[in-house]
Design a protein around this ligand. Structure first.
Ligand SMILES: C/C(=C\Cc1cc(O)c2ccccc2c1O)CCC[C@H](C)CCC[C@H](C)CCCC(C)C
Ligand SMILES: C[S@@+](CC[C@H](N)C(=O)[O-])C[C@H]1O[C@@H](n2cnc3c(N)ncnc32)[C@H](O)[C@@H]1O
Length: 289
């Protein structure tokens, strides 16, 4: 993330939906209401991360604070720790979503926007891309990156500060949905999947990229070893050890590929298939409404 002078001008695209962490004086609103570009000046610092046993970060407000805190280093650490591989996994996720030129698409838990930028290029200027996240810091970085790496198609992007568990969209609104490393971090995955199902058009797909909770104990051991011995020590250099220890806990509490397929079927998806990628470290669920 390069430094950018001045206020984040691309917050012009930012809409505020129903998410409202306790520290933010954000009232509920929906798409199309006036933008409030200087809201960031009113923001009080995020609450400190409350650690529960085993690095669990249980409620949404604490997770929001965690993602605000890691935002300044998030992109650089992903590049470094995955040796750049996360971009190939994200490209694959977009490709599996079935997004086509001219489509209206959504990236949930968009963070600093990687998947949104890939989707934007995919659907082109005739398409529409919505990136939704509840972390104002992640969205600020996403909109700065939009300015920094300007491309004509990026005009099709709208950033929305909102809650993935209560989407500010009408039923059957999207041609495709992606989520990268988001579902695992949601407090209520069942509710999230029901919301995704609701806003997808019949026949359309959601593509969900995340760490794979493998059924192979060798892959799990290797994954845990890398987090303990590479990821956490690196994050500690930036004062973010607890935040990255949460990663291991969250993977342990996540669903296996088969469990993800079952969850998708339970909420009504007609097809659901989970693919292991990145040597089994990562997984991608593709579900068709
Ligand atoms: C994409 C990466 C991390 C995303 C990420 C997701 C979260 O939920 C977080 C929660 C809290 C803090 C941070 C994050 C977060 O950064 C980077 C993943 C890197 C992996 C940990 C390491 C991958 C190692 C290898 C390069 C994989 C290659 C395997 C090989 C093909 C055998
Ligand atoms: C690990 S990051 C992934 C960011 C991005 N998708 C990527 O692949 O780089 C997880 C993101 O989920 C967001 N998130 C977690 N819970 C959320 C919720 N209930 N509503 C909206 N965003 C949420 C966080 O703010 C964070 O930006």
């Amino acid at each position: 993330m390069g430094a950018v002078n001045g206020p984040p001008s691309a917050v012009r695209h930012l809409h505020y939906a129903s998410w409202s962490p306790s520290s933010l004086p954000i009232r509920c609103s929906t798409l199309g209401l006036p933008r409030r570009p200087f809201l960031f000046l009113l923001r009080s610092p995020p609450p400190p991360l409350r650690r529960l046993g085993n690095n669990r970060v249980r409620c949404s407000a604490e997770r929001n604070a965690l993602f605000n805190r890691i935002a300044p280093v998030y992109d650089n650490l992903n590049d470094l720790l995955s040796l750049g591989q996360h971009r190939s996994w994200k490209r694959m996720c977009v490709s599996w979503s079935g997004a086509q030129r001219g489509n209206r698409v959504l990236d949930l838990c968009c963070g600093s926007g990687d998947l949104v930028f890939f989707l934007s290029q995919k659907v082109g200027t005739e398409g529409e891309v919505y990136g939704l996240d509840f972390s104002s810091e992640q969205l600020s970085i996403a909109s700065r990156r939009e300015d920094q790496y300007w491309k004509a198609c990026y005009k099709n992007i709208e950033w929305i500060e909102g809650d993935a568990l209560d989407l500010p969209f009408s039923d059957s609104y999207f041609d495709a949905i992606t989520i990268g490393y988001g579902l695992r971090n949601l407090i209520d995955r069942h509710k999230a999947m029901r919301e995704i199902f609701r806003v997808l058009k019949p026949g359309s797909k959601v593509s969900i990229l995340d760490f794979n909770k493998s059924t192979s104990s060798l892959v799990n051991m290797l994954q845990e070893w890398i987090i303990d011995n590479v990821v956490v020590p690196t994050a500690t250099e930036y004062g973010l050890s607890q935040e990255y220890k949460y990663l291991k806990t969250s993977i342990a509490e996540f669903l296996t590929g088969k469990e993800l397929e079952k969850l998708a079927k339970e909420v009504g998806f007609s097809k659901a298939k989970h693919y292991e990628i990145g040597g089994g470290f990562m997984g991608n669920l593709v579900a068709t409404r």
